[in-house]
Design a protein around this ligand. Structure first.
Ligand SMILES: Nc1ncnc2c1ncn2[C@@H]1O[C@H](COP(=O)(O)OP(=O)(O)OP(=O)(O)O)[C@@H](O)[C@H]1O
Ligand SMILES: [Mg+2]
Length: 369
């Protein structure tokens, strides 16, 4: 059998580890990082120099609890198990979350004494995004079925009810009480019709109309006209900045998107105000800013001083029917529609919030040409 010199074997192994596409880290027995490979540096954004000497705590996100991490170490140190393998979410240097499948194994010297630990992570970011998209499509498909059925089963009789109510209204002959009651009936019918329409809009296949270059200032102003009275009543300041840009979109869709986001912000501010003691009420705002990005894209950011979004809800709010509002106050279809419309105009949307009381920020990336 061919014998290979141990120095050569070491070199080959080092090259393998250096070239490996999965992030690899080694620590000493005290848990201090002694080595990280280039894939680790790429994935987490820390340089080798920044990482060496730190502990892997550097990568902790607040997605897992302290107990979870204690459980990992208990498993590794349990002589009957001796390693840990599982999914967790790390935090990169710039704060973004990196979902990984991580394996931690101790490594030993000939004396069998543990001299350190090796962690190999497999980045699951792409896989998780795909899973989310599939799940979303699946949900949309079932909402589509439901909406189609509902529109038919409820829509037709509702049309008849509305027609008859209008007829009766024309015949009340100055009976104000009857007229006002019929007015309420008509309003409620319109609310149900509106709900069915939103359901249909959310679940219909993509409606791809040709896009046009639109001036963002005009698009925002059109929406602010609709919300200005509500903002004035609530004492909410609307700040806009750098909106003099063009976006490639459909005017009606862009308006729907902006309107839904601003209305949500106003609701969130209302909620925040009700949580704040009246003595400490602060100034509330909705801020809309934009900037060009990479030549043909632009970033539009809408920030509010509302009640914020708990971390555990951040990945749920675009789902159809997810709402934290009281029954009858929200349908949970607003953001599902936003996500669909943004997709149709070739954009992207993401949400950011540091949790309750800290406001929320919706970031949009739109095409410019
Ligand atoms: N700016 C925001 N601040 C805090 N929470 C928000 C904000 N925007 C959305 N949310 C949360 O996301 C949930 C879903 O929003 P979405 O617009 O889809 O539905 P909704 O506003 O509850 O109902 P509707 O169908 O009437 O719009 C809200 O119930 C709220 O919990
Ligand atoms: Mg809404």
């Amino acid at each position: 059998m061919e014998t290979v010199k141990s120095g050569l074997v070491d070199q080959v192994f080092l090259r393998c580890v250096e070239d490996c596409l999965e992030p690899i880290m080694l620590t000493n027995q005290f848990g201090k990082l002694t080595y990280v490979n280039p894939a680790w540096v790429m994935t987490y954004g820390y340089s080798k120099e920044e990482a060496i000497g730190q502990t892997p705590r550097l990568l902790r996100s607040n997605v897992q609890s302290e107990e979870f991490y204690k459980g990992i170490w208990a498993t590794i140190l349990d002589p009957k198990i001796g390693f840990w393998k599982g999914e967790l979410t790390n935090r990169a240097k710039d704060g973004h979350h990196v979902p990984v499948l991580l394996t931690i194994t101790p490594y030993r010297e000939s004396s069998d004494e543990i001299v350190g630990y090796m962690g190999i992570a497999m980045d699951l970011s792409e896989q998780k995004t795909m899973e989310q998209q599939l799940l979303h499509q699946d949900r949309m498909a079932s909402v589509g079925l439901l909406a189609g059925g509902l529109a038919h089963e409820i829509g037709n009789p509702l049309g008849v009810i509305r027609g008859r109510a209008e007829l009766v209204l024309a015949q009340v002959n100055g009976n104000e009480v009857a007229a006002s009651n019929l007015g309420i009936i008509l309003d409620q019918i319109d609310r149900i019709s509106g709900l069915i329409q939103s359901l249909l809009r959310v679940s219909r296949g993509p409606d791809l109309v040709p896009l046009k270059k639109l001036n963002l200032t005009n698009a925002v102003n059109d929406v602010l006209v609709l919300t200005s009275e509500e903002c004035r009543r609530m004492g909410v300041l609307v700040r806009t900045q750098n909106l003099d840009l063009e976006v490639l979109a459909d005017a009606a869709k862009l308006q729907q998107v902006l309107l839904n986001i601003i209305l949500n912000s106003l609701h969130a501010i209302e909620e925040q105000k009700s949580r704040e003691a009246s003595a400490v009420q602060r100034e509330h705002f909705v801020e809309i800013t934009a900037k060009a990005k990479d030549g043909d894209r632009c970033l539009v950011v809408i920030t509010d001083s509302g009640c914020g979004i708990p971390k555990e809800n951040l990945d749920k709010i675009f789902r159809p029917f997810f709402t934290t509002k009281e029954v009858g106050k929200g349908t949970g279809l607003g953001l599902a529609m936003v996500a669909k419309l943004v997709d149709e105009i070739g954009g992207k949307v993401s949400v950011h919030s540091e949790g309750p009381g800290t406001g929320a920020r919706f970031e949009f990336e739109f095409q410019q040409q």
